[in-house]
Design a protein around this ligand. Structure first.
Ligand code: BGC
Length: 475
């Protein structure tokens, strides 16, 4: 595609107005084709192959086969009236061993994807790391070792050079808290480490990688001359830092409003510690250049002089993934952790058993504004959604009324936060497709589109039709 063809303008986004509406996916969850075109192994290939790790014994080897069916996926986004798509780039496709040699065939897939989005006037939101670390980097210690941050920055430079003329926004990491907690502290996700509080190092090195990658993305992205997204000056005008016209850079965090299970001082203290690990570790660092006091001891063991300055690169956007609030109490005597999580009662539950608390999203967004004030960049809700065991009816349609209610109420919660003065620029539903739900395999369906995993066939659910109308209405 030529630059001129790739050129899109904000005015072509129709009724969506000045807001990003769309959906999100992640490479290992949708692409499949794990052995194709020179892709190297990732920690999720290794982890899924270990007996007992994945609920249904499956893996992402085929998943939604988006590596081959990406045109259909992009057409689904077009049909939705979406003006943004958040996808992730598989590091092991681009650098099969995690460093050095670049695999042109792997990179070419993302080239096609980005051009396909631009041709449909959909803004590419590219996340560089959504948990599929190249296995050779894990063999060298993964995010527990500092060197992985440097490798991540080198990979970011490769991506910036290849796609930096056309993407609308960069996401460095997806949910560093969840990767640290489930991957390194508790072992229910790849790489399956059970280091408990020593997993802190994996969080810190991801943050360091974020800072270094942000610098690399800004140094290496060249917009403004080739007719890509940024040349419209439209959506890129979120206050991007790069004088070269780099696309805006964001960190994507999983955030949760933390509540204490009782007014006791013990429960309040435990809630503060949990909040420090889950939320503030990944906000105070990037927005203020400090670690929360509760984490001072852990930080002392891992943080080097100058790290926080690197981590606190100005952010253009903050990506917020919201699923539910968290209730915390003081730990029991046998608990090695300084907190304990308690099920939240009194709310409906999703298929995953997660409480549906839309007002938690308003609280979260307004709380961010209160806590960080002017330091808070504009926010994009980069994931929000729910799994339900929805099945097609006799006519093949999927009537997922519970998902419609979920999306409706959460979008309204975003509206309430906007009315309260929070600068929210987008809402991306999780997920465009039913996909490989990590340790749950294919047992949890989050899609607004049903995927028949035997055939790859896609069927838009009732929630897809509903979301199309909702997008068309705008704010
Ligand atoms: C992740 C997604 C995941 C979703 C639902 C988020 O934590 O970014 O990859 O599928 O939640 O569990």
């Amino acid at each position: 595609m030529t630059g001129a063809e790739a050129r899109v303008s904000t005015s072509s986004t129709g009724g969506t107005g000045d807001f990003w509406w769309g959906a999100a996916t992640a490479s290992y969850q949708v692409e499949g084709a794990v052995d194709e075109d020179g892709r190297g192994p990732s920690i999720w290939d290794t982890f899924s192959a270990e007996p007992g790790r994945i609920a249904d014994g499956s893996s992402g080897a085929v998943a939604c086969d988006s590596y081959h069916r990406w045109r259909e996926d992009l057409d689904l986004l077009s049909g939705l009236g979406a003006n943004a798509y958040r996808f992730s780039i598989a590091w092991p496709r681009v650098q099969p061993t995690g460093s050095g040699q670049v695999n042109a065939a792997g990179l070419a897939y993302y080239d096609r994807l980005v051009d396909g989005l631009l041709a449909r006037s959909i803004a590419p939101f590219a996340t560089l790391f959504h948990w599929d670390l190249p296995q050779p980097l894990q063999d060298a210690g993964g995010w527990i070792v500092r060197d992985t941050a440097q490798r991540f920055a080198e990979y970011a430079a490769v991506i910036a050079e290849a796609l930096g003329d056309r993407v609308a926004a960069w996401g460095t990491l997806n949910e560093p808290f969840v990767h640290m907690a489930l991957g390194y502290a508790f072992g229910s996700h790849a790489p399956g480490e059970t280091l408990l509080l020593d997993a802190f190092a994996a969080g810190h090195h991801q943050l360091l990688g974020h800072g270094l990658a942000t610098q690399a993305l800004r140094a290496g992205s060249r917009q403004g001359s080739t007719g890509g997204w940024g040349s419209t000056g439209g959506r890129g005008s979120t206050g991007g830092q790069g004088s070269t016209g780099s696309p805006p850079v964001m960190l994507v965090n999983n955030l949760t409003p933390v509540r204490a299970a009782s007014p006791s001082t013990e429960d309040a203290a435990a809630a503060a510690v949990y909040d420090a690990f889950h939320n503030r570790m990944f906000l105070d660092t990037v927005l203020r250049g400090t670690y929360p006091d509760e984490l001072a001891d852990a930080a002392e063991r891992v943080v080097h002089d100058g790290d926080l300055a690197t981590i606190a690169q100005p952010l253009d956007l903050l990506g917020v993934n919201y699923y539910n609030p968290t209730l915390v109490r003081a730990p029991g005597p046998d608990n090695p952790l300084p907190f304990e999580l308690v099920p939240i009662e009194g709310y409906p539950l999703t298929g995953f058993g997660w409480p549906v608390v839309p007002e938690g999203l308003t609280d979260l967004l307004t709380g961010l504004r209160q806590t960080y004030g002017e330091a808070l960049p504009p926010v994009v809700v980069t994931e929000n959604g729910c799994s339900y065991p929805d099945e097609p009816g006799p006519d093949g349609t999927v009537d997922d009324a519970a998902r419609i209610a979920y999306l409706d109420r959460h979008i309204a919660a975003v509206g309430a936060a906007r009315e309260a003065g929070v600068d929210v620029r987008g809402y991306l539903a999780w997920s465009l497709l039913d996909n490989f739900e990590w340790a749950e395999g294919y047992t949890q369906r989050f899609g607004i589109t049903r995927v028949d995993f035997a055939t790859g066939e896609r069927t838009p659910k009732a929630s897809y039709e509903w979301f199309r109308e909702r997008i068309a209405r705008g704010w």
